[in-house]
Design a binder for this molecule. Structure first.
Ligand code: SF4
Length: 402
């Protein structure tokens, strides 16, 4: 408490318990919906096809877990600035479940009136009725997983929708009034040419969306795609083409008025993802649902991953938290560096010094000097940031701060 606040409390005792909007910390909520129509070949997320029968119990468990935070999160101290309903495919669920979960969030947490509320959706799962219900329940941002424009590539990825369904769903969303829409895309796919990728970028941006996430394909061990590559059914993506695609993405999207604000994320001015910025700025968030991760009051933990076990623990009155780790100051600093450097503007040096009451150069002077010599980072206008080469080799930079 600073001097002015103390004075306020002395002379206006009635204000002691009043919520002070200026002082409340911002908090993000993540809600995990682990159900999908089918499993995509490249996917290693905590998501399941053919578990539809447990959807009602799972959503009840979500509501119970949210209630648990009533006693944990002080409404006077934290206000929720973003809610992200991710998965899985949240739009696969009947929308009334989503409405109920959001209602519960509003009951338990102090959700800002203009909070960013995002739901992830896959083409083919959105209808006019669903979109209207989303809007009515306060959802104001959609994140649609298209991945590629070409149907033949969607088939190769095991996606169960067509590009036409994407176009239909996007137009329906706009008609209902959604004007903040992200589209997820993947490049570096087996069989994807530069021409395919340009066609994808071109056509998607023509649809006047506000945000694009463009990730390079990562072949995760144990996925169906990994097996196909090992069996020689599919060729491993070409590294050089992958990098060429990444560089041309940055140039193309900049030309189209997008800001490249994070390694893989692009937005129209003012449409950066508020929710993801919470992660990259190392601000607190609470994850609800199977496998969801939280970072709250310097403590990291995650929930039980298997939905059935998550449900049974909640029904038995147990909170399914595990891997609880109170981060030491040095861990927090490391995370702040690694996450903050993902942002293209980088880390504001004086903000770092103030936040941790330590001098960035006392801590990392030698490493920073070395990385600058290697051309991977630079200092510009008081920010420490990745260079263009550093964007390609970000992991080599991050490892220095672990
Ligand atoms: S829709 Fe998303 S979460 Fe579901 S299987 Fe495909 S990639 Fe995984």
């Amino acid at each position: 408490m600073n001097e002015t606040e103390m004075k306020d409390n002395i002379y206006e005792p009635a204000n002691i318990n009043e919520k002070n909007e200026k002082d409340a910390k911002e908090l993000g909520l993540y809600i995990h919906i682990p159900f999908c129509k089918s499993k995509c070949y490249y996917c290693d997320f905590n998501s399941y096809a053919s578990k539809n029968d447990i959807i009602p119990e799972y959503c009840e468990a979500l509501e119970k877990e949210i209630e648990y935070y009533d006693n944990i999160v002080n409404k006077n101290k934290y206000r929720v600035k973003s809610i992200y309903i991710g998965g899985g495919t949240p739009s696969y669920l009947p929308s009334e479940y989503i409405t109920k979960v959001l209602k519960k969030c509003r009951k338990v947490f102090d959700v800002e009136e203009n909070a960013e509320i995002t739901i992830e959706a896959n083409p083919g799962t959105l209808s006019q009725e669903k979109l209207v219900e989303y809007k009515d329940s306060g959802i104001n941002r959609l994140s649609i997983g298209l991945q590629a424009w070409q149907d033949r590539l969607l088939v190769e990825l095991g996606r169960v929708h067509t590009c036409e369904e994407f176009v239909e769903n996007l137009l329906a969303a706009k008609k209902v009034g959604f004007n903040n829409i992200n589209v997820d895309l993947i490049f570096g796919l087996p069989g994807q040419s530069l021409k395919d990728w340009f066609e994808t970028l071109d056509n998607v941006t023509k649809m006047r969306i506000t945000h694009l996430s463009c990730y390079s394909l990562k072949v995760e061990e144990g996925t169906a795609l990994d097996k196909k590559i090992r069996n020689g059914e599919v060729e491993y993506p070409d590294e050089d083409i992958d990098r060429e695609m990444y560089h041309s993405t940055i140039a193309t999207l900049k030309n189209k008025g997008f800001i490249h604000y994070e390694i893989s994320n692009f937005s129209k001015p003012g449409f950066e993802s508020r929710h993801n910025l919470i992660y990259w700025n190392l601000e607190p968030y609470i994850g609800i649902g199977a496998g969801a991760h939280s970072y709250f009051e310097r403590t990291r933990y995650n929930n039980e991953e298997v939905p059935e076990r998550y449900i049974s623990q909640i029904s038995n009155g147990r909170i399914p938290k595990k891997n609880i780790e109170v981060l030491a100051l040095q861990d927090n600093i490391s995370e702040y560096m690694i996450l903050g450097l993902r942002l293209t503007k980088g880390i504001r040096i004086d903000e770092f010094n103030q936040k941790f009451e330590k001098d960035l150069f006392d801590l990392y002077g030698k490493k920073i000097e070395n990385l600058i010599k290697r051309g991977l980072i630079s200092i510009q206008n008081g920010y420490l940031k990745l260079t263009d080469i550093g964007l390609d080799l970000a992991n080599q930079v991050f490892v220095e701060f672990i």
